[in-house]
Design a protein around this ligand. Structure first.
Ligand code: BGP
Length: 472
């Protein structure tokens, strides 16, 4: 809806930026850190691993000084669980504890609100080896113990917490849960068991946060792409409803409403993937709701009907990374109305406005955008300067969509871009860059890891300084 006037961003809006430990820290085997599933992941040799990353572990002071110079109000980062508990449980590693104390203190001294993700893909390999990790109920207790330790140790200074990053993506990627893929159907079944255990664990972590952290606020950080029906054919509309239930709502419905939405439940039962629900599980979710919804937004998807037939029977999941199409449910098709990044992610800021309204309507909780950004290949000039106009264009349009959603009543806590400096991409190594700050390294050549400000750094600084007045 258009309005004659536009509401400004509130004064306490958290202008932020994000990273994740395994993608930025490096020092993968330093100071007592244990292995996570990301460390032992078998990598495509053409892209870099996480050993050095952006070397934030050794550059954190410099990086936070740059955040201060940019005027960031918030820095969202994750704790690498295995720096604190190298095996996932048991002995605490004090050097890991100290590192995050230093990062938090540096943020606070710089006037930056820390927002901590407790679990961003880096599941302890030790727990996988001890009992199969998320596939076992013991994972619930170990996660809650780890979170409780973090709340007690850092909760005097950290008031914003995120339970699990992109749970949907973890569920569908066996390597992120720590098991070897067998058949897609078996993988999916395990993924939904892990999903259930994660939801129970998150509920008890929320409880612990509320009990331990004075004034603490905690929520999930889901991935929530906008989905549209490809056409006005009723079949596409129905497929869109299915994709929203099966891919977008199911985690949040468990987190916020304490229930399996009916379509998701029927889907799991019909495909023989329904996990066992123990007494008290759903009650724990229902009574320990998040305080806000954190979500990552990058792109939208166009959804078409995909009726099952002899050639494509129900359950014929062919796509291994993420089941992007499933006979009898839906498929994802190219949206000819949108342009895309070099990696095919369709750029759609209006989708962010739609998602914001959908989430706020359905869950009635304030929103925090935990990731939003533009990945690109970049060539700097001789001073390390990058003219990343595409990134500025992407971000200013997406922030405008936040402003428009806010203008019609959606409540936001803040906006965290992905990512503050260049870090290792989740799937595409160091050649896919997202930062406001360039890190001087290539895929396999570490160079000097020097930091240099890109054009977008100055643009974000100006945006924060005028509290988004320049976003029109
Ligand atoms: C999200 C993850 C991030 C980050 C981002 C960009 O899914 O939470 O960790 O990687 O996507 O993805 P990529 O790095 O693959 O471009």
């Amino acid at each position: 809806m258009e309005t004659k006037t536009m509401k400004p961003f509130p004064d306490n809006f958290l202008w932020g930026s994000s990273t994740a430990a395994f993608q930025c820290e490096g020092a993968a085997h330093e100071d007592g850190k244990g292995n996570s599933v990301m460390d032992v992941r078998v990598q495509d040799p053409s892209i870099c691993n996480y050993e050095v990353a952006a070397d934030h572990y050794h550059h954190y002071k410099e990086d936070i000084a740059l955040m201060k110079e940019c005027g960031l109000k918030a820095y969202r980062f994750s704790i690498a669980w295995t720096r604190i508990f190298p095996e996932g449980n048991g002995e605490v590693n004090q050097r890991g504890v100290d590192f995050y104390n230093n990062v938090i203190n540096e943020c606070i001294a710089s006037g930056i609100t820390p927002i901590i993700t407790l679990y961003h893909f880096e599941y302890p390999q030790g727990l996988v080896e001890q009992y199969g990790g998320w596939l076992d109920r013991r994972s619930i207790e170990d996660y809650v113990n780890y979170c409780t330790f973090c709340f007690k140790t850092y909760g005097d200074r950290v008031k914003y917490w995120l339970t699990v990053n992109e749970q949907d993506h973890v569920n569908h990627m066996p390597f992120r849960i720590g098991f070897k893929s067998t058949s897609v159907l078996e993988d999916e079944k395990k993924g939904y068991l892990a999903n259930h255990n994660m939801c129970v664990a998150a509920a008890y972590a929320i409880k612990a946060c509320h009990e331990i952290v004075e004034g603490g606020k905690i929520g999930p950080a889901v991935c929530f792409d906008m989905h549209y029906p490809t056409s006005n054919k009723p079949e596409d509309g129905l497929a869109w409803l299915d994709s929203m239930d099966l891919r977008n709502y199911y985690v949040l419905d468990m987190n916020v409403k304490g229930k399996y939405n009916p379509v998701f439940k029927r889907y799991l039962e019909d495909r023989d993937m329904m996990p066992e629900i123990h007494e008290g599980d759903m009650e724990a979710m229902k009574t320990n709701k998040p305080d806000f919804i954190g979500f990552n937004y990058y792109a939208s998807k166009s959804i078409s009907a995909f009726p099952a037939d002899e050639e494509h029977p129900i359950g014929d999941l062919k796509i291994k990374l993420l089941p992007a199409e499933e006979p009898g449910a839906y498929k994802i098709v190219k949206n000819n109305n949108l342009t895309a990044t070099l990696w095919g992610w369709e750029i759609d800021n209006i989708g962010l406005e739609c998602v914001s309204r959908i989430l706020y309507d359905r869950y009635e909780l304030p929103l925090l955008i935990t990731e939003c950004g533009f990945g690109n290949k970049e060539t700097p000039d001789e001073n390390g300067y990058v003219e990343d106009d595409d990134r500025i264009d992407y971000l200013s349009k997406h922030i405008l969509s936040v402003k428009k959603a806010m203008n019609v009543g959606v409540e936001f806590i803040g906006f965290c871009s992905w990512s503050f400096m260049d870090i290792v991409s989740g799937h595409s190594g160091f050649s896919k860059r997202y930062g406001f700050v360039r890190v001087n390294r290539e895929e396999h050549d570490l160079k000097d890891l020097a930091r240099s400000k890109k054009k977008s750094f100055y643009w974000y600084k100006e945006t924060i300084a005028c509290n988004g007045e320049n976003i029109k």
